[in-house]
Each structure stands twice: as structure tokens, then as C-alpha cells.
Design a protein around this ligand. Structure first.
Ligand code: UDX
Length: 449
């Protein structure tokens, strides 16, 4: 990637080196800043320090290793190393709480407790803390109050919109930059510091909007909840297509031609997963409830229920295709990551379906180009094979659940020679069904006749 380097190099820390933080730290180094990434996970810090990506993300390894190699990106567990930074990004995870639907803010809380004792006035220079984590509306104001006792320290909430699989690209060329700032007289000063961080992005005319804290926080959860709503909407339509004989891919294509609707996020299938959409949707339901808007957000519970209902639907299909009982039946699952081009299996609909088939006594074999190692760590008894060819051997039913190119491009004739029974469920509506049927396969897609 050829990114223009900034004319104003700053010293930056990124606290939390998960998906978001590790990519953000590397991207900030790529545009010329000196960056320290901090995390409490020793193994992760060691891996990143060697310039090795701890997860599968196209293009990330190159940016990471290049910047570690040229000495402007380092990783640490020690907050003392961050002492002279101009900007501290908070990129900590905010997972769903063990109890209830709300977000767990304890990682942000601990990071602030560790960071703030080292923050101090720097001779009139602003030290900026920038929140990137997805948080319930109201969190930034609370953090701002906490930081307000330290002279020269300011907060901006700057939500991140990166998609896994496009993380580097989305960080360096985002659709928009959103700054949530406190309504104070000298807000311009702190905005100027964040503008200096993003100078090379702003030079590319990436739109930048300055709002208050609450708006910035709400932009993020609203965007993800809206995307989730689009997906569940088309999945509900897909159910009606199954009943009536309509084809959901045709319905989606034609409604997407209306500019007001747009064609993106209308791919029907087994539904959404990952570390963001499900969590942010539930977080918004929870926060809206706390704030007294419970009725207006009740529909988001249906969005969530439609989504998880897709998994039940595939289980019913599998039972039907195998004559009722799954006990001992050989089922191959193609793809377990929550979407292609990632090894992330958090809240993956594909993995959930595989586990539920397994729980019903089916002999399930999973395969995935990137995420098997992650699955094996968590579910060592799950049978897995590195290649689709090995996984497909003797299958009685094939479920295509994550649309990796490799599976989209499978040859129905050659595949038919490996399996013991030619039956396939296209859980992502990516196969040319006529071609598969032509090769003697029984095919079922979601929402297509
Ligand atoms: C999402 C948001 O897109 C991103 O802006 C935010 O910063 C983080 O959350 P990500 O989790 O990487 O990004 O995945 P995304 O590409 O949005 O897909 C989410 C899920 O929706 C996947 O499981 C995907 O398979 C599913 N999906 C997406 C559909 O089922 N149909 C679609 O049409 C689109």
C-alpha cells in the first residue's frame, strides 16, 4: 500500500491490540507516526513485536512487519513506555456482558486506571485520549469527566468502522471520520491534534464530521444495527420466497436498484455474526432500555431473533434432507468463519450450525481456509480437515456456510465423485444451482426455488 506519509509525525499509543488496535497501530505507523501498541496479553505482544500477525487479515502482515522493521512501530505491556505520547488511542474490546445484553466496559476501565497516573501537563501541549472502542451512548462523557482533573488532557470519541477482511484499507481510506468532542471553548485545539494524526487521510478528502460525544457514540451502534436490520429484513423476505416460489436474489437485486435502498447488505443466507453486529445490536437494545426507549427498540429484538432463527432453519433443512434423524449421518460443513477472508469465529452462524449438528449426533466434518486453528483450540473434539477435498469424502450432505471463493468455485462434477450422496445446502446463495443440478445434485438454497 502506498500511503502518503504525514508531514507532522506524532508519538502515538494504541491501547488494546486486538483486531482493531493492532490494525490501527500499524496503519498509524504506515502513515509516518511513531507508534507504541500496548496490550496485557504477553503472547500477543511477543507475536506482534516479531512483526507477525496474530490473526488472518489480508494485507495486515505486510504493514505490520514493514513498520516494525523500520523501527516506528513497537509493542509493549508497560504503560511507562507511553509517557511521552501526544495521543493515546483506546482500542479495547467491549464484549457482551456475561449477564444481559449490555457491553462490558471493564477493559476500558482498567486501561484508564493504568494510563491516567502517567498523564500530566506537558508545558501547554495537549495530550489527547481518543476513544475508538464501541461503547454505550453516555460512556465518553463519563470518561471525559474522569480525565478533566488532569491538566492538558482532552478526550475525543472517534468510532472505528473497519470491516474484517478490509481492515487495513478501511483504516487508511475510511468512508468518513467522526470526531465526538466536548462542547468547550478550546475544542479547536484538540480537534487540530486529531487532524494532525489523520493529516494524510484528510489530504485525500476523506469527509470529517465533528459532533458531540453522544452523536459520535450513536453513529457507530446505529450503523451496525442498521446493517443488521437490512440483513434480517432480506432474510425474512427469503423465508417468504421459500413459501411462495419467489427468488430472494432477484428480489434483492431489484429493490437494491432503488438508490434510496442500495444493493449492499441484502445478501440473504444464514445470517450475520462476528464480533460486532450481534454485540452492537444487543448493546443498543440494552442501552435504549436503560434510557427509557425500550418500546422503540423492541424491533431490534426481532432483528436478532430472525438472525438466530436462520440457524434453526438450516438444522430443519438438514433433518429433512437426511430423512429426519441426524444421528450418525455424515455432514460436511464448508466454511466456519463468520464471513470469508477472516479467521474470526466469534458468534459465527456457520460454526454454531456445525456445533448444533454435532450435538444432535451427526458425524460433522468441518473445513475452512483460515479458521480451523481457532476452532480446534475451543472445540478440540470437532472433526476438521484442512482441504475441502478431504472434508467432502463420503459426505451424505454438504452445507456451504461461509462463502470463501474456494467453495464458490467448486466443480460440481468433481465434487460429486468424492461424496457418497450428492446433496448440498447453499447457505450463502453463491452457487450456480442449475449447474449443480445438471451434475446430478439435490440442491437447496435459502430463499431460492
Ligand atoms: C461490521 C461493520 O460492517 C463494520 O463497519 C464495523 O466496524 C464492524 O462490524 P464485520 O463484523 O467485519 O464489520 O462484518 P460485515 O462485513 O459487516 O459482515 C457482518 C456479518 O453479516 C457477516 O456474518 C456476514 O456474512 C453477514 N452478511 C453481510 C450477510 O449475511 N448478508 C449481507 O448482505 C452482508
Amino acid at each position: 500500500m502506498n500511503e502518503t506519509e504525514t508531514a507532522t509525525p506524532l508519538k502515538i499509543s494504541v491501547i488494546g491490540c486486538g483486531y482493531l488496535g493492532a490494525v490501527h497501530a500499524s496503519a498509524m505507523a504506515e502513515i509516518g507516526h511513531t507508534v507504541f501498541g500496548l496490550d496485557v496479553d504477553k503472547e500477543r505482544i511477543n507475536t506482534l513485536s516479531r512483526g507477525v500477525a496474530p490473526f488472518h487479515e489480508p494485507g495486515f502482515n505486510e504493514v505490520l512487519s514493514r513498520n516494525v522493521g523500520r523501527g516506528n512501530l513497537a509493542f509493549t505491556m508497560d504503560y511507562d513506555d507511553l509517557a511521552n505520547c501526544d495521543v493515546h488511542f483506546l482500542a479495547l474490546g467491549t464484549p457482551q456482558r456475561d449477564e444481559g445484553l449490555g457491553a462490558d466496559l471493564s477493559y476500558i476501565d482498567s486501561a484508564l486506571s493504568a494510563l491516567t497516573p502517567g498523564l500530566h501537563a506537558r508545558g501547554g501541549r495537549t495530550t489527547l485520549v481518543v476513544g475508538k472502542s464501541t461503547v454505550p451512548v453516555g460512556t465518553a462523557r463519563h470518561i471525559d469527566e474522569r480525565l478533566s482533573t488532569i491538566p492538558g488532557v482532552k478526550l475525543i470519541w472517534n468510532p472505528e468502522f473497519l470491516r474484517e477482511g478490509f481492515a487495513v484499507e478501511d483504516t487508511l481510506s475510511p468512508d468518513r471520520l467522526v470526531y465526538g468532542v466536548a462542547d468547550t471553548e478550546d475544542a479547536e485545539k484538540e480537534i487540530a491534534v486529531l487532524d494532525a494524526v489523520y493529516e494524510s487521510l484528510l489530504d485525500k478528502d476523506i469527509p470529517r464530521r465533528v459532533y458531540n460525544f453522544e452523536s459520535a457514540e450513536l453513529v457507530k451502534v446505529s450503523a451496525n444495527s442498521f446493517l443488521a436490520t437490512k440483513i434480517s429484513f432480506i432474510n425474512a423476505v427469503s423465508e417468504l420466497c421459500d413459501i411462495t416460489g419467489a427468488d430472494v436474489t432477484h428480489v434483492a437485486e431489484a429493490i437494491g436498484m432503488d438508490d434510496r435502498i442500495g444493493s449492499k447488505f441484502l445478501r440473504a443466507g444464514i445470517g450475520f455474526g462476528g464480533g460486532c453486529l450481534p454485540k452492537d445490536l444487543r448493546g443498543l437494545i440494552s442501552r435504549a432500555g436503560e434510557l427509557g426507549a425500550v418500546d422503540s427498540f423492541a424491533f431490534l429484538r426481532d432483528i436478532d431473533a430472525i438472525n438466530t432463527g436462520r440457524r434453526d432453519y438450516v438444522l430443519r433443512l438438514a433433518r429433512r434432507l437426511l430423512g429426519g434423524d441426524l444421528e450418525g449421518r455424515r455432514i460436511t460443513v464448508l466454511g466456519v468463519a463468520f464471513k470469508p477472508d477472516t479467521d474470526d469465529v466469534r458468534d459465527s452462524p456457520a460454526l454454531d450450525i456445525a456445533l448444533r449438528l454435532f450435538a444432535e449426533g451427526a458425524h460433522v466434518t468441518i473445513t475452512d481456509p483460515a479458521s480451523l486453528e481457532n476452532v480446534r483450540k475451543r472445540y478440540p473434539s470437532m472433526r476438521s480437515k484442512e482441504s475441502a477435498q478431504e472434508a467432502l469424502r463420503d459426505a451424505e450432505l454438504v452445507l456451504l456456510l461461509t462463502e470463501w471463493n474456494e467453495y464458490k468455485n467448486l466443480d460440481p462434477v468433481a465434487t460429486g465423485e468424492i461424496v457418497s450422496r450428492k446433496a448440498i445446502v447453499d447457505g450463502r446463495n453463491v452457487l450456480d444451482l442449475a449447474r449443480w443440478r445438471g451434475a446430478g445434485w439435490e440442491t437447496v438454497a435459502l430463499g431460492r426455488p
